[in-house]
Design a protein around this ligand. Structure first.
Ligand SMILES: O=c1[nH]c(=O)c2[nH]c(=O)[nH]c2[nH]1
Length: 307
């Protein structure tokens, strides 16, 4: 009976290792505050079928590796740190693939001295690295952000949509457009190799500069696009990001449409010329798209397991 069943998609690792690294090279300290998840793929089947753990790299060991490699290699950016983890784990026995994710929280240094900080920014930076094969196999790097909440109080319209017997939505040429942007982008494949030789090419990429350029482009496109639909704004943000950062080949954006409904104040003898809104929290529209640089190849393996 057992032989009829097929075991697949084995992965194990440690979720949400919170690591805070303080660079103390000068009196002006630098903080990196990450939430790291590790996952290994490989020849681990006998742990599942027989409880034989001979090949199982304990999730506790994976957690320890996060802290030890932070000390040995430092943390410059979430992407670079995940590449360090990938290089380490891809070289271990029985590992045929790896998957790492990180969130990075932002701290802003206070003016008083070099070692006091305030958490800043509601949005969170994200990154993923995954590898296929052992040391010289292929690796893919994604960067991103989530919870980037933006709103414009005019410059947004929505009309021309089909009407059927269930349609009640009024057409509008002036509404609030509000959303919480989740964006994930793929760095060009030349950057991503955990082997010694290819690791050098990852040094060519300034992941922090790329992140800053993409985030700024997303915000600028949101603000400056006169929107006829959130779909159009998403497309404008994605193309602006690709134009702003040559290091990325593909970007996925998902946006909830955070509806703001004009309140009918007529029962109170008041007009409402686009001033008083009810901010609904649910249900919300949910709109997404991927835009790939012209001529770049799609890399579905980069996105496996990335929600
Ligand atoms: O920008 C929008 N896109 C839609 O697809 C949609 N659907 C809807 O009801 N309102 C909106 N707004």
């Amino acid at each position: 009976m057992m032989a009829d069943h097929v075991l697949s998609d084995l992965q194990h690792g440690k979720a949400e290792c919170r690591v805070v690294k303080v660079d103390r090279a000068s009196e002006v300290h630098v903080l990196h505050d990450l939430n790291v998840t590790t996952q290994l793929r490989g020849d681990f089947a006998t742990a599942y079928t027989e409880g034989d753990n001979t090949h199982v790299h304990a999730t506790d060991t994976q957690k320890n590796s996060v802290y030890a490699l932070a000390r040995e290699h430092g943390i410059t950016s979430p992407e670079a740190f995940l590449l360090v983890l990938a290089e380490h784990w891809a070289a271990q026995p029985w590992v045929t693939g790896t998957w790492f994710a990180a969130e990075q929280f932002t701290w802003e240094r206070l003016a008083a001295n070099g070692h006091s900080f305030v958490r800043s920014g509601q949005d969170t930076r994200t990154a993923w690295v995954q590898t296929y094969g052992s040391v010289d196999g292929e690796a893919f790097v994604l960067g991103g952000l989530k919870d980037l909440v933006v709103l414009k109080s005019t410059g947004s319209e929505f009309h021309g949509f089909p009407r059927d017997r269930f349609t009640t939505l009024a057409e509008t040429d002036d509404r609030i457009l509000a959303t919480s942007v989740s964006a994930t982008w793929r760095y060009g494949s030349r950057q991503a190799r955990p082997s010694q030789e290819q690791a050098r090419s990852t040094e060519d990429i300034d992941f922090d500069a790329a992140y800053d350029a993409v985030r700024a482009a997303l915000l600028d496109a949101f603000a400056t696009t006169h929107s006829l639909a959130l779909q159009q704004t998403i497309h404008a943000m994605a193309t602006a990001a690709l134009d702003a950062c040559a290091d990325i080949d593909e970007i996925r954006i998902e946006c909830p449409n955070k509806h703001h409904f004009l309140v009918d104040l007529a029962p109170f003898g008041l007009d409402n010329p686009g001033e008083v809104f009810f901010a609904a929290d649910r249900p919300y529209g949910l709109i997404s798209a991927t835009v790939t640089r012209s001529g770049a190849e799609a890399e579905p393996r980069a996105w496996v397991g990335v929600g």
